[in-house]
Design a protein around this ligand. Structure first.
Ligand code: SF4
Length: 261
């Protein structure tokens, strides 16, 4: 459905305004004031020292200081965080956002992760199935309004899933592109939870080396021109030497899904 047609239908009331999300759990429960204050103090005291720390140091710090349960978010593009968490944060849960638009290879990696590691794998799902989203907001919202699609299928499901946790681990790397070049290793998210990025200093090459050296579950598309993998509908292969994220929402001004902004 074209953008113009979606707008025309919106005006006649046939398609719901994509700025209005469906009813359902979409936000994170606030932390207790004590934990929120504790997290704030941790970041104030330790963020600078952890800025360039190794993955091991960051995860050991997390095991020692985090004031509660931790979720390890896995995009399944690679399984480095799963391996590192199994070594250093064995009590943490794994959290996978199943948008409904993933490559079948990504879902297969998720299945293998669940099989290989003992940690609980929590799968966060959007409120609407793809067919429901199509009929309520118009066909292919990822094309007509990718920001709204990411909000409903990634940002809000993640927010709803983070309530039980005091913090979450991300796979952010500064080398992934200009939007991430200054990203901290330790910060607070909008709800006051700890946001911890243990491989923040790693390059793509270092990541691939770690995968090979440790015989990790490998996403096959990373060997077929996809250094950064999101939903199938919004990810294209990139040329050698190109910005690894250049294939994400290619042809659209969008460069981030909103999980890290
Ligand atoms: S990456 Fe594309 S399909 Fe996936 S949630 Fe975002 S807009 Fe929708």
């Amino acid at each position: 459905m074209s953008f113009q047609l979606v707008n025309a239908l919106k005006n006649t009331g046939s398609v719901k305004d994509p700025e209005i999300s469906p009813e359902g759990p979409r936000t994170t429960t606030p932390l207790s004031p004590e934990v929120a204050k504790h997290n704030e103090e941790l970041v104030e005291k330790h963020a600078a020292a952890l800025y360039d720390a190794s993955a091991q140091e960051i995860l050991e710090w997390t095991a020692e200081h985090a004031p509660g349960a931790i979720a390890v978010t896995l995009s399944m593009e690679n399984t480095v965080l799963a391996e590192l968490a199994a070594r250093h944060l064995p009590e943490a849960d794994f959290l996978f956002l199943d948008t409904g638009y993933h490559f079948k290879e990504t879902l297969e990696v998720a299945r293998q992760v669940d099989e290989r590691y003992s940690q609980k794998l929590v799968t966060a799902l959007p409120i609407l199935k793809r067919t429901e989203q199509d009929s309520i907001y118009g066909l292919n919202l990822y094309h007509s309004n990718p920001a709204a699609c990411c909000r409903m299928r990634k940002v809000e499901p993640l927010a709803a899933s983070l309530s039980p946790y005091a913090g979450w681990i991300t796979g952010l790397r500064r080398a992934d592109g200009p939007t991430r070049a200054q990203a901290p290793a330790l910060s607070l998210d909008a709800t006051g939870r700890l946001k911890i990025s243990p491989i923040i200093t790693w390059s793509l090459e270092e990541t691939n080396e770690f995968i090979a050296d440790n015989n990790l579950i490998d996403h096959p598309l990373t060997h077929q021109g996809y250094p950064s993998i999101g939903c199938e509908t919004c990810t294209l292969p990139v040329a050698e030497g190109q910005d690894p994220r250049a294939g994400r929402w290619a042809g659209n001004a969008k460069t981030e899904c909103g999980l890290h902004s």
